[in-house]
Design a protein around this ligand. Structure first.
Ligand SMILES: [Zn+2]
Length: 66
């Protein structure tokens, strides 16, 4: 399990660095695990791609269409 923990830590550190380089995510809201509208789970890939995202792709598209 030691190796796994280490990998996780490195992964987290790398992600944090990537966020910092991405610019100004200080105080960013944490991405929700589920959609704020329909409460469907938000895929991890989306949560990582869109820091602080609150909605699933479907609801996000709905909102953008309006
Ligand atoms: Zn949704």
């Amino acid at each position: 399990m030691d190796q796994f923990d280490r990998a996780q830590e490195l992964d987290a550190r790398f992600r944090q660095q990537a966020l910092l380089q991405h610019g100004g995510t200080r105080g960013a809201t944490v991405s929700r695990l589920t959609c704020i509208d329909c409460e469907e789970p938000i895929p991890a890939a989306r949560r990582e791609a869109v820091p602080g995202c609150q909605r699933c792709i479907q609801c996000e598209e709905e909102i953008e269409r309006r």
